[in-house]
Design a protein around this ligand. Sequence first.
Ligand code: SAH
Ligand code: SF4
Ligand code: F3S
Length: 474
Amino acid sequence: MDNKVIDESRQGEVIEMTPNNQAGKKLYLESYGCQMNFSDSEVVASILAKEGFSTTRNLEEADVILLNTCSIRENAETRVRNRLTDFKKKKEAYPELVVGILGCMAERLKKSLLEEEKLVDLVAGPDAYRDLPNLLQEVGTGQKAVNVLLSRDETYADISPVRLDQGGINAFVTITRGCDNMCSFCVVPFTRGRERSRDPETIVEECKDLFSKGYREVTLLGQNVDSYRWNITSKGELKDSSKPTTNFAQLMKMVALVSPLLRVRFSTSHPKDMTDDVLEIMAAHENICPYIHLPVQSGNSEVLNRMNRGYSREWYIDRIQSIKRIIPECAISTDIITGFCGETEEEHQDTLSIMDLVAYDFAYMFKYSERPKTLAERRFSDDVPEEVKSRRLNEIIEKQLSHSLKSHQQQLGSLQKVLVEGPSKRSDDFYCGRNGRNSMVVFPKGSAEKGQYVIVRIEDCTSATLRGKIEQYV
Ligand code: SAH
Ligand code: SF4
Ligand code: F3S
Protein backbone atom coordinates (compact mmCIF):
# COMPACT_ATOMS: atom_id res chain seq x y z
CA MET A 1 0.00 0.00 0.00
CA ASP A 2 1.43 3.34 -1.01
CA ASN A 3 1.63 6.57 0.86
CA LYS A 4 -1.54 8.52 0.33
CA VAL A 5 -2.50 11.90 1.67
CA ILE A 6 -5.88 11.70 3.33
CA ASP A 7 -6.11 15.16 4.76
CA GLU A 8 -9.08 17.39 3.97
CA SER A 9 -9.70 21.08 4.30
CA ARG A 10 -12.14 21.53 7.12
CA GLN A 11 -12.44 25.33 6.92
CA GLY A 12 -15.69 26.78 8.05
CA GLU A 13 -16.48 23.92 10.40
CA VAL A 14 -17.53 24.92 13.89
CA ILE A 15 -14.92 23.67 16.29
CA GLU A 16 -15.24 23.52 20.05
CA MET A 17 -12.93 26.08 21.65
CA THR A 18 -11.11 25.45 24.88
CA PRO A 19 -8.99 27.89 26.92
CA ASN A 20 -5.35 27.90 25.93
CA ASN A 21 -6.25 26.08 22.77
CA GLN A 22 -4.55 26.19 19.43
CA ALA A 23 -7.52 27.96 17.78
CA GLY A 24 -7.04 28.78 14.14
CA LYS A 25 -3.99 26.58 13.75
CA LYS A 26 -3.73 24.31 10.77
CA LEU A 27 -2.80 20.66 10.89
CA TYR A 28 -1.37 18.78 7.92
CA LEU A 29 -1.61 15.00 8.41
CA GLU A 30 -0.02 12.50 6.06
CA SER A 31 -0.48 8.76 6.47
CA TYR A 32 1.64 5.83 5.40
CA GLY A 33 1.23 2.09 5.82
CA CYS A 34 -1.87 0.06 6.48
CA GLN A 35 -5.54 0.98 6.74
CA MET A 36 -5.14 1.00 10.50
CA ASN A 37 -2.91 4.06 10.23
CA PHE A 38 -5.41 5.85 8.01
CA SER A 39 -8.09 5.08 10.56
CA ASP A 40 -5.85 6.32 13.41
CA SER A 41 -5.22 9.59 11.56
CA GLU A 42 -8.96 10.23 11.82
CA VAL A 43 -8.76 9.70 15.58
CA VAL A 44 -5.84 12.16 15.72
CA ALA A 45 -7.78 14.73 13.68
CA SER A 46 -10.69 14.34 16.09
CA ILE A 47 -8.53 14.80 19.20
CA LEU A 48 -6.87 17.89 17.74
CA ALA A 49 -10.12 19.40 16.40
CA LYS A 50 -11.17 19.70 20.04
CA GLU A 51 -8.05 21.82 20.57
CA GLY A 52 -9.04 24.17 17.79
CA PHE A 53 -7.01 22.67 14.95
CA SER A 54 -8.50 22.45 11.50
CA THR A 55 -6.93 20.10 8.97
CA THR A 56 -5.54 21.29 5.66
CA ARG A 57 -4.39 19.53 2.52
CA ASN A 58 -2.12 22.49 1.73
CA LEU A 59 1.30 21.90 3.24
CA GLU A 60 2.19 25.59 2.76
CA GLU A 61 -0.36 26.82 5.28
CA ALA A 62 0.37 24.18 7.95
CA ASP A 63 1.39 25.14 11.50
CA VAL A 64 1.79 21.50 12.49
CA ILE A 65 2.85 18.66 10.19
CA LEU A 66 2.23 15.12 11.47
CA LEU A 67 3.40 12.05 9.60
CA ASN A 68 1.65 8.84 10.61
CA THR A 69 4.35 6.33 9.78
CA CYS A 70 4.90 2.65 8.99
CA SER A 71 7.80 0.33 9.84
CA ILE A 72 6.67 -2.85 8.15
CA ARG A 73 9.51 -2.94 5.58
CA GLU A 74 12.70 -0.96 5.36
CA ASN A 75 11.52 0.98 2.30
CA ALA A 76 8.43 2.19 4.21
CA GLU A 77 10.77 3.88 6.69
CA THR A 78 13.07 5.22 3.97
CA ARG A 79 10.13 6.91 2.32
CA VAL A 80 9.30 8.78 5.55
CA ARG A 81 12.92 9.81 6.13
CA ASN A 82 13.03 11.24 2.60
CA ARG A 83 9.80 13.05 3.24
CA LEU A 84 11.29 14.63 6.36
CA THR A 85 14.12 16.14 4.35
CA ASP A 86 11.47 17.86 2.18
CA PHE A 87 10.37 19.73 5.31
CA LYS A 88 13.82 21.02 6.18
CA LYS A 89 13.57 24.22 4.11
CA LYS A 90 10.08 24.94 5.39
CA LYS A 91 11.32 24.69 8.93
CA GLU A 92 14.22 27.05 8.20
CA ALA A 93 11.82 29.61 6.76
CA TYR A 94 9.24 29.16 9.52
CA PRO A 95 10.98 27.98 12.72
CA GLU A 96 7.71 27.77 14.68
CA LEU A 97 6.53 25.03 12.33
CA VAL A 98 6.04 21.83 14.36
CA VAL A 99 6.97 18.52 12.75
CA GLY A 100 5.85 15.34 14.47
CA ILE A 101 6.17 11.60 13.87
CA LEU A 102 3.25 9.36 14.82
CA GLY A 103 2.60 5.66 14.39
CA CYS A 104 4.86 2.66 14.07
CA MET A 105 8.20 4.40 13.37
CA ALA A 106 7.62 6.53 16.45
CA GLU A 107 7.30 3.38 18.49
CA ARG A 108 10.22 1.59 16.89
CA LEU A 109 12.70 4.45 17.00
CA LYS A 110 11.46 6.42 20.01
CA LYS A 111 13.80 9.15 21.25
CA SER A 112 16.47 8.37 18.69
CA LEU A 113 14.22 9.95 16.06
CA LEU A 114 14.60 13.32 17.77
CA GLU A 115 18.37 13.00 17.73
CA GLU A 116 18.68 11.52 14.23
CA GLU A 117 16.16 13.79 12.59
CA LYS A 118 16.91 17.13 14.15
CA LEU A 119 13.86 18.75 12.66
CA VAL A 120 11.42 16.42 14.42
CA ASP A 121 9.85 18.15 17.45
CA LEU A 122 7.39 15.53 18.58
CA VAL A 123 7.17 11.74 18.65
CA ALA A 124 3.93 9.96 19.60
CA GLY A 125 3.29 6.21 19.44
CA PRO A 126 -0.04 4.64 18.40
CA ASP A 127 -1.43 4.47 21.95
CA ALA A 128 -0.42 8.04 22.90
CA TYR A 129 -2.72 10.14 20.72
CA ARG A 130 -4.88 11.38 23.62
CA ASP A 131 -1.69 12.99 24.91
CA LEU A 132 -1.10 14.99 21.69
CA PRO A 133 -2.58 18.25 23.07
CA ASN A 134 -0.10 18.11 25.99
CA LEU A 135 2.78 17.13 23.76
CA LEU A 136 2.04 20.09 21.48
CA GLN A 137 1.97 22.42 24.48
CA GLU A 138 5.35 21.09 25.55
CA VAL A 139 6.72 21.78 22.08
CA GLY A 140 5.23 25.28 22.37
CA THR A 141 7.51 25.91 25.36
CA GLY A 142 10.55 25.06 23.28
CA GLN A 143 11.03 21.46 24.39
CA LYS A 144 10.99 18.28 22.36
CA ALA A 145 8.08 16.01 23.31
CA VAL A 146 7.87 12.21 23.33
CA ASN A 147 5.22 9.70 24.39
CA VAL A 148 5.67 6.16 23.13
CA LEU A 149 3.97 4.29 25.96
CA LEU A 150 2.02 1.29 24.76
CA SER A 151 -1.22 0.45 26.50
CA ARG A 152 -3.03 -2.78 27.30
CA ASP A 153 -6.47 -1.26 27.03
CA GLU A 154 -6.49 1.88 24.85
CA THR A 155 -8.97 1.39 21.98
CA TYR A 156 -10.07 5.03 21.47
CA ALA A 157 -13.55 3.50 21.73
CA ASP A 158 -15.21 6.73 22.86
CA ILE A 159 -13.59 8.93 20.20
CA SER A 160 -15.74 9.54 17.20
CA PRO A 161 -13.18 9.83 14.39
CA VAL A 162 -13.27 12.92 12.17
CA ARG A 163 -13.78 11.49 8.69
CA LEU A 164 -11.12 13.01 6.50
CA ASP A 165 -13.05 12.29 3.31
CA GLN A 166 -16.20 14.27 4.06
CA GLY A 167 -19.12 13.01 2.01
CA GLY A 168 -17.41 9.64 1.71
CA ILE A 169 -19.02 6.28 1.08
CA ASN A 170 -16.57 3.86 2.73
CA ALA A 171 -15.19 4.13 6.24
CA PHE A 172 -12.71 2.11 8.26
CA VAL A 173 -13.79 1.07 11.74
CA THR A 174 -11.11 -0.31 14.02
CA ILE A 175 -12.25 -3.31 16.09
CA THR A 176 -8.97 -4.53 17.58
CA ARG A 177 -5.60 -2.88 18.19
CA GLY A 178 -2.19 -4.49 18.54
CA CYS A 179 -1.24 -8.08 17.81
CA ASP A 180 -0.25 -11.06 19.96
CA ASN A 181 0.84 -13.34 17.15
CA MET A 182 4.58 -12.79 16.90
CA CYS A 183 5.08 -13.89 13.30
CA SER A 184 8.85 -14.02 13.17
CA PHE A 185 9.24 -11.50 10.31
CA CYS A 186 6.88 -8.90 11.71
CA VAL A 187 7.48 -5.66 13.56
CA VAL A 188 3.80 -4.98 14.37
CA PRO A 189 3.69 -6.61 17.84
CA PHE A 190 6.59 -4.31 18.80
CA THR A 191 5.09 -1.15 17.34
CA ARG A 192 1.44 -1.69 18.23
CA GLY A 193 1.67 -3.64 21.47
CA ARG A 194 -0.67 -6.25 22.89
CA GLU A 195 -3.90 -7.15 21.21
CA ARG A 196 -7.09 -5.67 22.65
CA SER A 197 -10.66 -5.65 21.38
CA ARG A 198 -13.01 -2.71 21.32
CA ASP A 199 -16.44 -2.68 23.01
CA PRO A 200 -18.94 -4.04 20.41
CA GLU A 201 -21.60 -1.49 21.39
CA THR A 202 -19.29 1.39 20.45
CA ILE A 203 -18.52 -0.33 17.13
CA VAL A 204 -22.21 -0.74 16.28
CA GLU A 205 -22.95 2.84 17.36
CA GLU A 206 -20.17 4.15 15.12
CA CYS A 207 -21.52 2.13 12.17
CA LYS A 208 -25.07 3.43 12.75
CA ASP A 209 -23.75 6.98 12.89
CA LEU A 210 -21.78 6.46 9.66
CA PHE A 211 -24.87 5.05 7.94
CA SER A 212 -26.95 8.04 9.03
CA LYS A 213 -24.30 10.33 7.52
CA GLY A 214 -24.54 8.64 4.12
CA TYR A 215 -21.77 6.05 4.39
CA ARG A 216 -22.72 2.79 2.71
CA GLU A 217 -19.71 0.58 3.44
CA VAL A 218 -17.69 -0.13 6.56
CA THR A 219 -14.47 -2.12 6.75
CA LEU A 220 -13.86 -3.63 10.18
CA LEU A 221 -10.13 -3.47 10.87
CA GLY A 222 -7.76 -5.53 12.97
CA GLN A 223 -4.40 -7.24 12.48
CA ASN A 224 -6.26 -10.51 13.08
CA VAL A 225 -10.02 -9.91 13.10
CA ASP A 226 -10.69 -13.57 13.91
CA SER A 227 -9.19 -13.16 17.36
CA TYR A 228 -11.70 -10.41 18.26
CA ARG A 229 -13.18 -11.26 21.66
CA TRP A 230 -15.13 -9.12 24.06
CA ASN A 231 -15.86 -9.73 27.74
CA ILE A 232 -13.81 -12.91 27.87
CA THR A 233 -10.29 -13.45 29.13
CA SER A 234 -7.65 -15.37 27.18
CA LYS A 235 -8.36 -18.25 29.62
CA GLY A 236 -12.00 -18.31 28.49
CA GLU A 237 -13.41 -16.75 31.67
CA LEU A 238 -16.10 -14.05 31.70
CA LYS A 239 -14.85 -10.58 32.59
CA ASP A 240 -18.30 -9.19 33.50
CA SER A 241 -20.81 -11.93 34.30
CA SER A 242 -23.78 -9.60 33.72
CA LYS A 243 -22.87 -9.13 30.05
CA PRO A 244 -22.69 -11.52 27.07
CA THR A 245 -19.45 -12.40 25.29
CA THR A 246 -18.92 -11.42 21.66
CA ASN A 247 -16.70 -13.10 19.09
CA PHE A 248 -15.93 -11.93 15.56
CA ALA A 249 -18.77 -13.86 13.90
CA GLN A 250 -21.26 -12.37 16.39
CA LEU A 251 -19.83 -8.88 15.96
CA MET A 252 -20.11 -9.13 12.18
CA LYS A 253 -23.75 -10.14 12.49
CA MET A 254 -24.43 -7.16 14.79
CA VAL A 255 -22.87 -4.80 12.24
CA ALA A 256 -24.67 -6.47 9.30
CA LEU A 257 -27.99 -5.82 11.05
CA VAL A 258 -27.37 -2.04 11.19
CA SER A 259 -28.98 -1.81 7.73
CA PRO A 260 -29.28 -4.11 4.70
CA LEU A 261 -27.98 -1.10 2.71
CA LEU A 262 -24.73 -0.95 4.67
CA ARG A 263 -22.06 -3.18 3.17
CA VAL A 264 -19.71 -4.88 5.60
CA ARG A 265 -16.10 -5.76 4.81
CA PHE A 266 -13.28 -6.75 7.13
CA SER A 267 -9.52 -7.22 7.17
CA THR A 268 -7.32 -9.09 8.01
CA SER A 269 -8.39 -12.73 8.46
CA HIS A 270 -5.81 -15.07 9.92
CA PRO A 271 -5.66 -18.62 8.51
CA LYS A 272 -4.90 -20.13 11.92
CA ASP A 273 -7.98 -18.55 13.55
CA MET A 274 -10.60 -18.21 10.80
CA THR A 275 -13.49 -20.50 11.73
CA ASP A 276 -16.43 -21.83 9.73
CA ASP A 277 -18.92 -19.88 11.87
CA VAL A 278 -17.47 -16.66 10.41
CA LEU A 279 -18.01 -18.07 6.91
CA GLU A 280 -21.56 -19.13 7.77
CA ILE A 281 -22.45 -15.65 9.03
CA MET A 282 -21.04 -14.23 5.78
CA ALA A 283 -23.12 -16.64 3.71
CA ALA A 284 -26.27 -15.76 5.69
CA HIS A 285 -26.03 -11.97 5.18
CA GLU A 286 -26.25 -10.52 1.70
CA ASN A 287 -24.65 -7.25 2.85
CA ILE A 288 -21.47 -8.93 4.17
CA CYS A 289 -19.28 -8.86 1.08
CA PRO A 290 -18.14 -12.23 -0.29
CA TYR A 291 -14.48 -11.35 -0.08
CA ILE A 292 -11.76 -12.58 2.27
CA HIS A 293 -8.17 -11.36 2.56
CA LEU A 294 -6.37 -14.44 3.88
CA PRO A 295 -2.60 -13.88 3.82
CA VAL A 296 -0.74 -17.13 3.12
CA GLN A 297 2.82 -15.61 3.24
CA SER A 298 4.33 -18.88 1.92
CA GLY A 299 3.05 -22.15 0.45
CA ASN A 300 5.62 -24.29 2.26
CA SER A 301 5.04 -25.70 5.75
CA GLU A 302 8.70 -25.47 6.78
CA VAL A 303 8.85 -21.80 5.84
CA LEU A 304 5.52 -21.19 7.60
CA ASN A 305 7.01 -22.83 10.66
CA ARG A 306 10.07 -20.57 10.53
CA MET A 307 7.70 -17.64 10.08
CA ASN A 308 5.85 -18.76 13.24
CA ARG A 309 2.54 -18.39 11.44
CA GLY A 310 0.78 -21.16 13.40
CA TYR A 311 -0.52 -23.15 10.38
CA SER A 312 0.76 -25.53 7.72
CA ARG A 313 0.18 -25.64 3.96
CA GLU A 314 -2.43 -28.37 4.51
CA TRP A 315 -4.28 -26.36 7.17
CA TYR A 316 -4.35 -23.32 4.89
CA ILE A 317 -5.73 -25.40 1.99
CA ASP A 318 -8.41 -26.76 4.31
CA ARG A 319 -9.47 -23.17 5.16
CA ILE A 320 -9.67 -22.35 1.44
CA GLN A 321 -11.80 -25.43 0.82
CA SER A 322 -14.17 -24.33 3.60
CA ILE A 323 -14.51 -20.89 2.01
CA LYS A 324 -15.23 -22.40 -1.40
CA ARG A 325 -17.78 -24.82 0.11
CA ILE A 326 -19.66 -22.33 2.29
CA ILE A 327 -19.43 -19.21 0.04
CA PRO A 328 -18.82 -20.49 -3.52
CA GLU A 329 -18.81 -16.98 -5.03
CA CYS A 330 -16.27 -15.64 -2.49
CA ALA A 331 -13.24 -13.73 -3.81
CA ILE A 332 -9.97 -14.47 -2.02
CA SER A 333 -6.86 -12.31 -1.83
CA THR A 334 -3.57 -12.82 -0.07
CA ASP A 335 -0.20 -11.45 1.03
CA ILE A 336 2.99 -13.26 0.00
CA ILE A 337 6.53 -12.77 1.28
CA THR A 338 9.25 -14.12 -0.96
CA GLY A 339 12.87 -14.79 -0.04
CA PHE A 340 12.32 -15.36 3.67
CA CYS A 341 15.33 -16.66 5.62
CA GLY A 342 16.55 -19.98 4.25
CA GLU A 343 13.88 -20.19 1.51
CA THR A 344 15.02 -22.80 -1.03
CA GLU A 345 14.02 -23.04 -4.67
CA GLU A 346 11.69 -25.96 -3.82
CA GLU A 347 10.06 -23.96 -1.05
CA HIS A 348 9.53 -21.11 -3.51
CA GLN A 349 7.92 -23.59 -5.94
CA ASP A 350 5.46 -24.50 -3.16
CA THR A 351 4.39 -20.84 -3.02
CA LEU A 352 3.81 -20.85 -6.78
CA SER A 353 1.87 -24.11 -6.56
CA ILE A 354 -0.41 -22.93 -3.74
CA MET A 355 -1.15 -19.85 -5.87
CA ASP A 356 -2.27 -22.16 -8.69
CA LEU A 357 -4.32 -24.20 -6.28
CA VAL A 358 -6.19 -21.26 -4.76
CA ALA A 359 -6.21 -19.01 -7.87
CA TYR A 360 -6.24 -15.78 -5.84
CA ASP A 361 -8.29 -12.93 -7.22
CA PHE A 362 -5.73 -10.43 -5.95
CA ALA A 363 -2.45 -10.38 -4.00
CA TYR A 364 0.00 -8.04 -2.27
CA MET A 365 3.48 -9.43 -2.89
CA PHE A 366 6.67 -8.47 -1.05
CA LYS A 367 10.37 -9.29 -0.81
CA TYR A 368 11.36 -10.20 2.73
CA SER A 369 12.81 -7.20 4.54
CA GLU A 370 14.60 -7.92 7.81
CA ARG A 371 13.30 -5.86 10.71
CA PRO A 372 15.32 -5.12 13.84
CA LYS A 373 14.32 -6.94 17.06
CA THR A 374 12.00 -9.43 15.33
CA LEU A 375 12.32 -13.16 16.03
CA ALA A 376 13.61 -13.75 12.50
CA GLU A 377 16.34 -11.16 12.91
CA ARG A 378 17.48 -12.81 16.13
CA ARG A 379 17.14 -16.45 15.01
CA PHE A 380 17.84 -16.65 11.29
CA SER A 381 20.05 -15.17 8.67
CA ASP A 382 18.57 -13.04 5.86
CA ASP A 383 20.44 -15.24 3.40
CA VAL A 384 18.47 -15.21 0.15
CA PRO A 385 20.44 -12.96 -2.21
CA GLU A 386 18.70 -9.79 -3.40
CA GLU A 387 18.72 -10.89 -7.05
CA VAL A 388 17.12 -14.22 -6.12
CA LYS A 389 14.44 -12.40 -4.11
CA SER A 390 13.77 -10.16 -7.13
CA ARG A 391 13.54 -13.06 -9.57
CA ARG A 392 11.20 -15.02 -7.28
CA LEU A 393 9.05 -11.94 -6.72
CA ASN A 394 8.76 -11.45 -10.50
CA GLU A 395 7.64 -15.04 -10.95
CA ILE A 396 5.03 -14.57 -8.22
CA ILE A 397 3.79 -11.28 -9.69
CA GLU A 398 3.56 -12.74 -13.19
CA LYS A 399 1.51 -15.66 -11.96
CA GLN A 400 -0.78 -13.39 -9.95
CA LEU A 401 -1.41 -11.10 -12.92
CA SER A 402 -2.58 -14.05 -14.99
CA HIS A 403 -4.83 -15.26 -12.14
CA SER A 404 -6.28 -11.76 -11.62
CA LEU A 405 -7.03 -11.50 -15.33
CA LYS A 406 -8.65 -14.95 -15.37
CA SER A 407 -10.77 -14.06 -12.35
CA HIS A 408 -12.05 -10.98 -14.17
CA GLN A 409 -12.59 -12.83 -17.45
CA GLN A 410 -14.83 -15.27 -15.60
CA GLN A 411 -17.06 -12.32 -14.69
CA LEU A 412 -17.53 -11.20 -18.32
CA GLY A 413 -21.22 -11.14 -19.27
CA SER A 414 -22.35 -11.39 -15.63
CA LEU A 415 -24.49 -8.92 -13.66
CA GLN A 416 -22.69 -7.35 -10.69
CA LYS A 417 -24.14 -5.30 -7.86
CA VAL A 418 -21.91 -2.24 -7.51
CA LEU A 419 -21.86 0.51 -4.89
CA VAL A 420 -21.22 3.81 -6.70
CA GLU A 421 -18.16 5.38 -5.06
CA GLY A 422 -17.64 8.44 -7.30
CA PRO A 423 -16.26 9.60 -10.66
CA SER A 424 -13.67 7.31 -12.22
CA LYS A 425 -10.09 8.60 -12.22
CA ARG A 426 -9.82 8.67 -16.00
CA SER A 427 -13.06 10.38 -17.01
CA ASP A 428 -15.83 12.42 -15.42
CA ASP A 429 -18.39 10.70 -17.65
CA PHE A 430 -17.80 7.43 -15.82
CA TYR A 431 -18.37 6.24 -12.29
CA CYS A 432 -16.35 3.67 -10.42
CA GLY A 433 -17.32 1.41 -7.58
CA ARG A 434 -16.66 -2.09 -6.34
CA ASN A 435 -18.72 -5.25 -6.51
CA GLY A 436 -19.03 -7.44 -3.41
CA ARG A 437 -15.95 -9.39 -4.50
CA ASN A 438 -13.92 -6.16 -4.25
CA SER A 439 -13.25 -5.79 -8.00
CA MET A 440 -13.22 -2.20 -9.26
CA VAL A 441 -15.96 -1.66 -11.86
CA VAL A 442 -16.06 1.34 -14.24
CA PHE A 443 -19.25 2.28 -16.12
CA PRO A 444 -20.98 5.29 -17.79
CA LYS A 445 -22.72 7.43 -15.16
CA GLY A 446 -26.29 7.24 -16.48
CA SER A 447 -28.55 8.76 -13.84
CA ALA A 448 -26.89 6.99 -10.91
CA GLU A 449 -25.69 8.83 -7.82
CA LYS A 450 -22.80 8.36 -5.45
CA GLY A 451 -23.75 5.99 -2.62
CA GLN A 452 -26.40 4.19 -4.68
CA TYR A 453 -26.35 0.52 -5.68
CA VAL A 454 -26.57 -0.32 -9.39
CA ILE A 455 -26.56 -3.58 -11.34
CA VAL A 456 -23.85 -3.50 -14.01
CA ARG A 457 -23.48 -5.91 -16.93
CA ILE A 458 -19.75 -6.65 -17.30
CA GLU A 459 -18.56 -6.28 -20.90
CA ASP A 460 -14.79 -5.90 -20.76
CA CYS A 461 -11.89 -6.30 -18.33
CA THR A 462 -8.20 -6.01 -17.53
CA SER A 463 -6.40 -7.71 -14.63
CA ALA A 464 -7.14 -4.58 -12.55
CA THR A 465 -10.62 -3.41 -13.61
CA LEU A 466 -14.02 -4.55 -14.88
CA ARG A 467 -15.96 -2.37 -17.36
CA GLY A 468 -19.66 -2.45 -18.15
CA LYS A 469 -23.02 -0.68 -18.38
CA ILE A 470 -25.75 -0.07 -15.82
CA GLU A 471 -28.67 -2.47 -16.37
CA GLN A 472 -30.70 -1.62 -13.35
CA TYR A 473 -30.92 0.97 -10.57
CA VAL A 474 -31.49 -0.62 -7.15
N1 SAH B 1 -1.80 -8.83 10.28
C1 SAH B 1 -1.70 -9.14 8.91
C2 SAH B 1 -0.54 -8.51 8.21
C3 SAH B 1 -0.13 -7.14 8.51
S1 SAH B 1 1.34 -6.60 7.73
C4 SAH B 1 -1.54 -10.64 8.76
O1 SAH B 1 -1.13 -11.33 9.67
O2 SAH B 1 -1.79 -11.11 7.69
C5 SAH B 1 0.91 -6.74 6.02
C6 SAH B 1 1.79 -7.66 5.23
O3 SAH B 1 3.11 -7.15 5.17
C7 SAH B 1 1.97 -9.05 5.81
O4 SAH B 1 0.89 -9.88 5.53
C8 SAH B 1 3.23 -9.50 5.14
O5 SAH B 1 2.96 -10.13 3.91
C9 SAH B 1 3.99 -8.21 4.89
N2 SAH B 1 5.16 -8.11 5.77
C10 SAH B 1 5.16 -8.01 7.11
N3 SAH B 1 6.44 -7.96 7.58
C11 SAH B 1 7.24 -8.03 6.50
C12 SAH B 1 8.66 -8.03 6.32
N4 SAH B 1 9.49 -7.99 7.35
N5 SAH B 1 9.13 -8.11 5.05
C13 SAH B 1 8.29 -8.17 4.00
N6 SAH B 1 6.97 -8.16 4.11
C14 SAH B 1 6.42 -8.10 5.34
FE1 SF4 C 1 2.33 -9.26 12.08
FE2 SF4 C 1 1.62 -11.78 12.26
FE3 SF4 C 1 0.43 -9.96 13.78
FE4 SF4 C 1 -0.04 -10.02 11.17
S1 SF4 C 1 -0.59 -11.63 12.63
S2 SF4 C 1 0.42 -8.23 12.40
S3 SF4 C 1 1.92 -10.63 10.33
S4 SF4 C 1 2.57 -10.58 13.90
FE1 F3S D 1 2.90 -0.40 9.02
FE2 F3S D 1 2.32 -0.23 11.54
FE3 F3S D 1 0.45 -0.81 9.79
S1 F3S D 1 4.14 -1.11 10.70
S2 F3S D 1 1.56 -1.89 8.21
S3 F3S D 1 1.53 1.07 9.91
S4 F3S D 1 0.60 -1.57 11.87
